[in-house]
Design a protein around this ligand. Sequence first.
Ligand SMILES: NC(=O)C1=CN([C@@H]2O[C@H](COP(=O)(O)OP(=O)(O)OC[C@H]3O[C@@H](n4cnc5c(N)ncnc54)[C@H](OP(=O)(O)O)[C@@H]3O)[C@@H](O)[C@H]2O)C=CC1
Ligand SMILES: CCCCCCCCCCCCCCCC(=O)[C@@H](N)CO
Length: 310
Amino acid sequence: MPGYSLENQVVLIAGGSQGLGKEFARRYYKESEKSTIIVVSRSRQKLHQAVRDITGTENTVELTTDAKPHDGRSRIMYMACDLSVYDEVEKLYNVLLAGTLVPTQVLMCAGGSHPGLFKDLTGAQLELGVRVNYLTCLNLAHVAVRRSPLCHLVFFSSETAFFPFIGYTQYAPLKQSIKSLVAILRQECQYQRISCVYPGNFKSEGYELENETKPTITQAIEGSSHPISCEKCCTRIIRSLSAGYDDVITDFIGWVLMSTDMGLNKQSTRSFAWFAQWLLGILANLVIIPIYMLICAFQIRQWHQNRSKN
Ligand SMILES: NC(=O)C1=CN([C@@H]2O[C@H](COP(=O)(O)OP(=O)(O)OC[C@H]3O[C@@H](n4cnc5c(N)ncnc54)[C@H](OP(=O)(O)O)[C@@H]3O)[C@@H](O)[C@H]2O)C=CC1
Ligand SMILES: CCCCCCCCCCCCCCCC(=O)[C@@H](N)CO
């Protein structure tokens, strides 16, 4: 299985206009000399700003459908594209391949949650959750496996994929879907490295935004995943991918949660201390989780009762 390096790559970063995607773009730009970085998101203005922040220069290069072949002048470029729309992803790849920019790595960072109780969400918010968290990955992965069939795919799921809980109906089911998609792609795409990152909380624009609507019970349950900096999160992911791990966590509770799900879904032992994880998982599923779920159910019942009193 090929390794992972920031150097000599053509890396396509979905969701590169802010947060973790932007941090990855910055790391590729600063820590490599020959890599070409393409950042993609819906907002041209945010992309332009992100590239300006990373390069420190005003003159940024935007890839457009009438783009001239890549003349090597700029190592980092951007293209506005709503990755939840399949045809737009096809157009993105047409531009990349016309410019001889065949991605060697595809980082699918696009995503985001709008926490809240299911019945309080709107249809538009529910649909956006599916588009932003699942369709962006599904479309890009599909086009990538067909048109850059040797590239390293890196999906970004979440710890909620191991433990979906109250307040995340617009988000956790889609992050679980990514886990399922990854498991099947690993069986179908034998010659491609397929990694999946299951981050815990980290500070980003998206994290700040989700906290505005996050129910207190949701905050209480996820409290053990203390938000780390974007930089630290990126460093931990790069370190794990470089070590050859393909199921990547970013904090201890993520490692514990992954241990409880080492069954048919995982299909890859490439995670940190996987044998210890496997043993812990057996103990956790037999003893710890039954007790924890009783406590969690009590917490949730109390929250509903207090809410109905107020
Ligand atoms: N922050 C956290 O605590 C955690 C985050 N994660 C996951 O990690 C990933 C990165 O998180 P974070 O940095 O917080 O994300 P942010 O919410 O800060 O940024 C999301 C990025 O995705 C882009 N994006 C959203 N929708 C689309 C779309 N349809 N097409 C193209 N780009 C899109 C946004 O740009 P634009 O608006 O311009 O389209 C933005 O660049 C996400 O998948 C998230 O779910 C997982 C666990 C915890
Ligand atoms: C063995 C049993 C142990 C049980 C412990 C349960 C602890 C649960 C912690 C869940 C943390 C979830 C972080 C979600 C991050 C995320 O995806 C959002 N910020 C959205 O972006």
